[in-house]
Design a protein around this ligand. Structure first.
Ligand SMILES: N=CN[C@@H](CCC(=O)O)C(=O)O
Length: 342
């Protein structure tokens, strides 16, 4: 856990705009000042959720995508800590752990060129190194009986989320992914487009549902793989929102039937959300409200085991809006998950 940078109180005080008569979320969340044994510390804490950042975009680079997801965590945490703590948002159930520091890997990737095949191979090796740290942290959190909430970062980290959870639970898990893409690309070295295929090939992922795929961006071979494997299923954005052959509520039910019988992780790739700055930003996609409804639905399920939000690109100008969007999603998850009704 040598890459873990704790989010301490002085850092948090610096970010919170305190107002008299109000309690901000960040004034009530739990933080750690130091830690010698992370597992023991987590186990002894009276919190349900452990929030952490994955500030990296090495996986996106290694998938020939547009970088920028490495900056999102810092925008999110600033906005989240300044939301209200009230009967709807119970911050004392949340440990803001900190982030994994991938500065070294990020630095190395800036020296690489995406059009050089050898350098892409090197970037993919760096992603495999990142995986190990994510797996280690996630398995420790789940082993300690807590629910991880990870803010990325690239979608490559779905692999670490799934493997870490699966190792802790000692069985393969399922996954529901709101995404324009399956991220089930070939096992060609690790990157942001094959987190799920690697997790499946290595038997950490059992049943996978890709929700709202874009028909323009899913290859014929991946569609055929999904159509011929009962563990893999999907619906498309076009079927739901354009042709309206499938009602949103029914789509949620079908996906729940596929993943909900055992533990599953919830993945939200921000490139599925309309006009949100991301590595593959889309002018056609689910609204923020539909995304929140999706999240509420799955977070309410008793088998939901983690939340991973990724691929948003927070820059100086749009950072506060991205931070606000992801803060809505984090608080929706906690609110709905804490009052599981399935
Ligand atoms: N995590 C994203 N995966 C997409 C990226 C698409 C893009 O960058 O255009 C994929 O590999 O298909």
């Amino acid at each position: 856990m040598n890459k873990l940078i704790l989010f301490n109180n002085s850092f948090s005080d610096h970010l919170i705009n305190a107002r008299s008569g109000e309690t901000k979320f960040g004034q009530q969340t739990i933080k750690l000042t130091s830690v010698s044994n992370i597992y023991d510390t987590l186990k002894s804490l009276d919190v349900k959720y452990v929030l952490f950042g994955l500030p990296e975009d090495v996986g996106v680079f290694a998938n020939h995508g547009k970088s920028g997801a490495c900056n999102t965590w810092k925008h999110v945490i600033k906005i989240l800590l300044n939301t209200q703590n009230n009967v709807f948002n119970e911050a004392s159930k949340v440990l803001v752990l900190g982030h994994l520091d991938f500065t070294e890997e990020q630095k190395e990737v800036t020296k690489l060129k995406q059009d050089n095949p050898k350098q892409i191979i090197r970037a993919r090796k760096l992603v495999a190194q990142i995986d190990k740290h994510v797996v280690d942290l996630v398995s420790t959190i789940v082993n300690a009986g807590k629910i991880p909430i990870a803010i990325g970062g690239g979608h490559n980290n779905a692999y670490g989320m799934i493997k870490g959870t699966s190792l802790a639970l000692k069985r393969p898990i399922n996954s529901i992914n709101l995404d324009a893409h399956t991220d089930f690309r070939a096992l060609e070295g690790r990157h942001s487009g094959n987190g799920f295929s690697y997790a499946y090939a290595e038997s950490f992922l059992k049943r996978y549902y890709a929700f709202g795929l874009h028909e323009n961006y899913t290859s014929a071979s991946i569609l055929s793989q999904f159509n011929n494997n009962k563990h893999l299923d999907y619906n498309t954005y076009e079927a739901i929102a354009v042709r309206q052959e499938l009602k949103f509520k029914k789509a949620l039910k079908q996906a729940t039937k596929h993943v909900g019988k055992t533990n599953f992780g919830i993945e939200i790739d921000c490139d599925a959300i309309l006009n949100i700055s991301s590595s593959a930003q889309t002018p056609s996609g689910f609204s923020v409200e539909k995304t929140r409804q999706f999240l509420h639905h799955f977070a309410s399920h008793s088998n939901a085991n983690y939340l991973h939000i990724c691929e948003a690109v927070g820059k100086k100008k749009n950072g506060p809006q991205i931070g606000k969007l992801i803060s809505y999603l984090i608080t929706d998850f906690i609110r709905s998950n804490d009052k599981k009704n399935d």
